[in-house]
Design a binder for this molecule. Structure first.
Ligand SMILES: *[C@@H]1O[C@H](CO)[C@@H](O)[C@H](O)[C@H]1NC(C)=O
Ligand SMILES: *[C@@H]1O[C@H](CO)[C@@H](O)[C@H](O)[C@H]1NC(C)=O
Ligand SMILES: *[C@@H]1O[C@H](CO)[C@@H](O)[C@H](O)[C@H]1NC(C)=O
Ligand SMILES: *[C@@H]1O[C@H](CO)[C@@H](O)[C@H](O)[C@H]1NC(C)=O
Length: 306
């Protein structure tokens, strides 16, 4: 029941976060374009496989990062749990029911499933299959979600005895006086990254693509990759735990100081989100390289057997 509610709320706000997903994918793309164009070409060709079966808004590597949100509109609710991991933050030590302490079907599971399908040795002779095309799009999306810290936790205290659904039940007051849901605030990168009818709406125009490319390079230059390589670049369990810690150490504590608009919070939140977009992009690129290299090894093994 609770997860139905969470997903309903998340899908209401999804469009605000399109840009965050596309940025993550663009940052990965720019990394791969330099380091491993072969991996980018393979991933892009898997994206193209579904173009005639989708609605025209996800025909590129970058736009395809939003596909897993788009399909919610088409009744594909069985994948809703793949967007987040709800490891509890529980400062008052409430008794949380076992089934609410973290489900097994979550974003970590999604990444591991996608990796298993893409690298399966039984299908090694088919570089393209229907499920590979879908799972590539899952990776493009869920790795982005994992870098929004409110997708890595749920907060519990006496005010939220059933959890806050990753900030969906909390409110934050914006500069203009409006109250918005805390999860949405973060999904929209503190409301600095909201697409509208003329700006970054999909299908993207040529100039939108160029704009994203430029903004991504700015973020890459501001947060260079070597700073982040000390952590495991390809393990989703590690990524999720790091996101959980960010929520615990920064995202929620800042709110506790003041749940009305706070300009320091906004400035820090924007900086923080930009850095997470960079890290998410780097990890997405690293994961795609790891998968593609496994595929190449499987193919070599297969050719030796024959
Ligand atoms: C997609 O559809 C177009 C128009 O029907 C067709 O020309 C094209 O070959 C199709 N592409 C694939 C990959 O099936
Ligand atoms: C629960 O946490 C929220 C957010 O920090 C806070 O506003 C609220 O007062 C807390 N409730 C209790 C009962 O401590
Ligand atoms: C305040 O800003 C938010 C985010 O930009 C917007 O959705 C909301 O409509 C605005 N509210 C008012 C009263 O202008
Ligand atoms: C859309 O967003 C862009 C960039 O933030 C802004 O320049 C433009 O005025 C907005 N257009 C509309 C119709 O809100």
């Amino acid at each position: 029941m609770q997860s139905l509610l969470i997903c309903g709320l998340i899908s209401l706000v999804k469009c605000w976060w399109d840009l965050g997903h596309m940025m993550t994918a663009q940052i990965a793309k720019n990394q791969l374009r330099n380091d491993r164009p072969d991996v980018l070409a393979w991933a892009d060709s898997l994206v193209q496989d579904l173009n005639n079966l989708t609605d025209g808004r996800t025909n590129s590597f970058v736009e395809a990062a939003v596909w897993l949100d788009d399909i919610k509109e088409t009744g594909t609710s069985f994948l809703n749990d793949w967007h987040y991991t709800d490891k509890p933050i529980n400062p008052d030590g409430l008794l949380i029911k076992i089934e609410d302490q973290g489900r097994n079907i979550n974003s970590i599971y999604a990444i591991n499933q996608a990796t298993a399908v893409l690298t399966n040795s039984k299908t090694a002779k088919y570089r393209h299959t229907m499920f590979k095309a879908q799972m590539l799009r899952v990776l493009l999306h869920v790795i982005g979600d994992m870098h929004q810290p409110l997708h890595d936790t749920t907060f519990w205290n006496d005010t939220y005895p059933n959890g806050d659904a990753g900030g969906n039940f909390m409110k934050i007051q914006l500069k203009n006086g409006s109250f918005v849901n805390f999860h949405s605030y973060w999904d929209a990168v503190a409301f600095t990254m909201v697409s509208n009818t003329t700006f970054m709406s999909r299908p993207l125009s040529q100039s939108d693509h160029q704009n994203l490319d430029k903004q991504s390079n700015d973020i890459i230059n501001k947060f260079p990759i070597n700073k982040y390589q000390k952590y495991d670049m390809t393990n989703p369990t590690v990524w999720s735990l790091l996101g959980f810690r960010q929520a615990q150490q920064f995202v929620y504590p800042m709110l506790q100081k003041s749940n009305t608009f706070n300009s320091d919070y906004e400035i820090q939140a924007i900086e923080f989100c930009q850095e997470n977009l960079a890290i998410g992009g780097y990890r997405l690129a690293a994961k795609l390289i790891e998968i593609y290299d496994t595929i190449l090894q499987n193919e070599i093994r297969l050719s030796q057997v024959q």
